[in-house]
Design a protein around this ligand. Structure first.
Ligand code: ISJ
Length: 87
């Protein structure tokens, strides 16, 4: 395959990733409503740490090419942006 064909595949995956991230954010928005009702803060450090631990564990098992650290970096940003949806 040439570069353009690979890029078309990447664009398709980007669409899927965006759709999944929006779905994830929709669930987080529901969690945000419950937190508001209960007077809980949006940011839950313990939960975020456990997401990061789980992600690293699964990434290590998957064996790459993205490293556990890379996945943790990606999920840190995802969670930071997700919190904005909950505000
Ligand atoms: C979605 C939640 O709210 C925040 C966002 C999280 C996430 O995107 O996974 C995790 C913890 C919270 O800081 C949650 O509490 O589960």
């Amino acid at each position: 395959m040439d570069i353009n064909e690979w890029r078309i595949r990447i664009d398709e995956l980007n669409d899927e990733l965006m759709s999944l991230l929006n779905k994830r954010a929709t669930y987080a928005a529901e969690i945000g409503k419950i937190k508001k009702q209960k007077g809980l803060p949006v940011f839950d450090e313990g939960r975020e740490q456990s997401v990061l631990n789980l992600v690293a564990e699964k990434a290590a098992k998957a064996g790459g090419p993205l490293s556990p650290e890379s996945f943790q970096n990606i999920f840190r940003v995802i969670m930071e942006e997700t919190r904005k949806v909950e505000e």
